[in-house]
Design a protein around this ligand. Structure first.
Ligand code: GLC
Length: 434
């Protein structure tokens, strides 16, 4: 319910359960305004875990936290460390330290978690291991990204992830959030909104879909969900590409890879967005790197026209992803009437996919009707910039802001959320840095 003002302090743990890796950080927000120190460890998120049991999942997550604490605080006696948990899935939150998983996204499919608060089983796994950790805030990666980016750049108004999944968060006024109507909060109070716009157009009423989009959806663990995300996000880009190639091989009009064994290409999800990036990155006119990739990874020898088709196909898939991603950002800006702002973006596709940024900036210019000289990214009225570390620093900051709000409320002897919010507002007014 607030942006940081740069004066937050303290030491916090941050846990990021994103989709590809699991990361644990210890973030110290220092006395210097807007500064922090961070130590972190990354753990692989084993593929089997994503479709295993809830006990295995929480056990593994708690084991990683335990390893982190043992490694970094071997001999130290630590009191309870507050934790910001970045849980990047759609969750219904009535309180900041709770979250009912609406449904798994990004290929996760663990039974018995959907529809329930994820915090109690997580805390039980911590308690079993006797870990001195207190979950203070459950946050989405987009919210963390927005808060972390705003910590160092006051023009940041939106946090986005273009990675394994795609989504954005922004700050809304409580008065414009119908589902908070009953709480009678001060309408001008800010509230972070996790848009979950990966689920945009689940009804398939707006965006044209290719037959390949239809297959991706049908074969996924949650058909009918995350329609927009399935066209854009890193998890799916390589698979869209693979499906097109298999189809072209089988089609009578254009028998590519004729007479070759394409059994490796036939394996679902065998190509990732990194493969597509490498195709788009080949600097050579004769596409010799693409040829090597196909030979080494798929045992397919390509002709020159096939190589050109492969490159064009990668460009089309990458361009569609970047342009649709820009639509999400443009939609928030239009909704809020923002003509200029900074957008903090993170995720593997944003950071690593070639031309993604420029293609996105060009699309923003077209959607928002900017004059010709804009659309290059740098210096544009709405600029999508690399974010600060949302699931580390962002989660820690949200934990810090939460503790501050609770403290303000407790000092005033306040228990109910509305009064708490009012107290927080008073505290904000009283703070000269706001
Ligand atoms: C998926 C999740 C969402 C997350 C996004 C990016 O869309 O549902 O919560 O923000 O991926 O990681």
């Amino acid at each position: 319910m607030a942006f940081p003002d740069g004066n937050e302090t303290g030491t916090f743990l941050a846990l990021d359960m994103g989709g590809t890796n699991l990361r644990v950080c210890e973030v110290t927000l220092t006395e210097e305004k807007g500064e922090f120190d961070i130590i972190q460890s990354k753990y692989r998120m084993p593929e089997e875990l994503k479709t295993g049991t809830a006990d295995e999942l929480w056990g593994y997550v708690a084991d990683c936290l335990q390893q982190f604490i043992e490694y970094h605080h071997d001999e130290d006696k630590i009191e309870q460390l507050p934790l910001g948990f970045t849980f990047s899935y759609p969750a219904t939150q009535h309180y900041i330290d709770h979250g009912i998983l609406q449904r798994w996204t990004k290929g996760f499919d663990i039974e018995g978690v959907e529809g329930k608060d994820v915090v109690p089983p997580f805390e039980a796994a911590l308690a079993e291991r006797g870990l001195p950790i207190k979950l203070t805030a459950l946050v989405n990666d987009t919210t963390g990204t927005m808060i972390a980016s705003a910590y160092t750049d006051p023009l940041m108004k939106i946090g986005c992830i273009f990675g394994t999944g795609c989504n954005a968060a922004y700050m809304e006024d409580c008065g414009s959030i119908p589902k908070l109507g009953d709480m009678k909060l001060d309408p001008s109070l800010p509230m972070a909104i996790n848009c979950e716009y990966g689920a945009f157009d689940n009804e398939h009423k707006v965006l044209p879909r290719t037959p390949y989009d239809v297959v991706i959806d049908k074969e996924s663990p949650r058909p009918g969900q995350q329609a927009f995300e399935k066209m854009i996000a890193g998890l799916y880009l390589g698979e869209i590409f693979r499906l097109v190639l298999v189809d072209l091989h089988q089609s009578h009009e254009c028998e590519i890879f004729a007479g070759q064994d394409i059994s490796k290409l036939k394996k679902a999800y065998s190509l990732d967005a990194g493969f597509l990036s490498a195709i788009e990155e080949d600097p050579f006119e004769n596409l010799s790197e693409v040829a090597d990739l196909f030979q080494n990874k798929l045992s397919i020898v390509c002709t020159k026209p096939e190589l050109e088709l492969i490159r064009r196909l990668a460009e089309l898939i990458g361009t569609r992803a970047a342009r649709l991603s820009a639509c999400g950002v443009a939609a928030i800006c239009k909704h809020k009437g923002w003509e200029t702002c900074h957008v903090g973006a993170d995720g593997s596709v944003f950071n690593k996919y070639p031309h993604f940024k420029v293609r996105g900036a060009q699309a923003l210019k077209e959607i928002l009707d900017w004059p010709e000289h804009f659309g290059k990214g740098k210096g544009d009225p709405i600029e999508i910039l690399p974010a600060e570390d949302g699931s580390g620093v962002g989660a820690a900051l949200i934990a810090a802001l939460t503790l501050k709000r609770v403290e303000v409320g407790q000092n005033a002897g306040i228990k109910d959320p509305e009064a708490m919010a009012q107290a927080a507002k008073l505290a904000k007014k009283a703070n000269p840095f706001n």
